[in-house]
Design a protein around this ligand. Structure first.
Ligand code: FES
Length: 105
């Protein structure tokens, strides 16, 4: 089962095994990862699953859809590496994917 590494703003790392087909957001919420609230449940309409993708992984993710891009515009502290974790499905190829939770504001 692939491992996703969730990094908190203070640098704390949690390595979580997430089943293939689940989203990076679901891996976080099922395991109590702080800072990924996912208020809309994965419908791409809240941006509370926002995280920063480790640059080493950015090119290996599926392209962002327009709806995700638009929703990220409403997110706090959007950066070049920002993604909505509900829009990223875990695959075997993403074993080791590292995402950093956005600090609270
Ligand atoms: S969970 Fe709401 S946009 Fe991702």
């Amino acid at each position: 089962m692939p491992t996703v590494v969730y990094v908190q703003p203070d640098g704390t790392r949690e390595e979580i095994q997430v089943p293939v087909g689940y989203s990076v957001m679901e891996g976080a919420t099922m395991n109590g990862i702080a800072g990924i609230e996912a208020e809309c449940g994965g419908a791409c309409s809240c941006a509370t699953c926002h995280a920063y993708i480790d640059p080493a992984w950015a090119d290996r993710l599926p392209e962002m859809e327009d709806i995700e891009d638009a929703m990220l515009d409403s997110a706090n502290e959007r950066r070049e590496t920002s993604r909505l974790t509900c829009q990223i499905s875990v695959t075997e190829e993403l074993d080791g994917l590292t995402v950093t939770v956005v600090p609270p504001y």
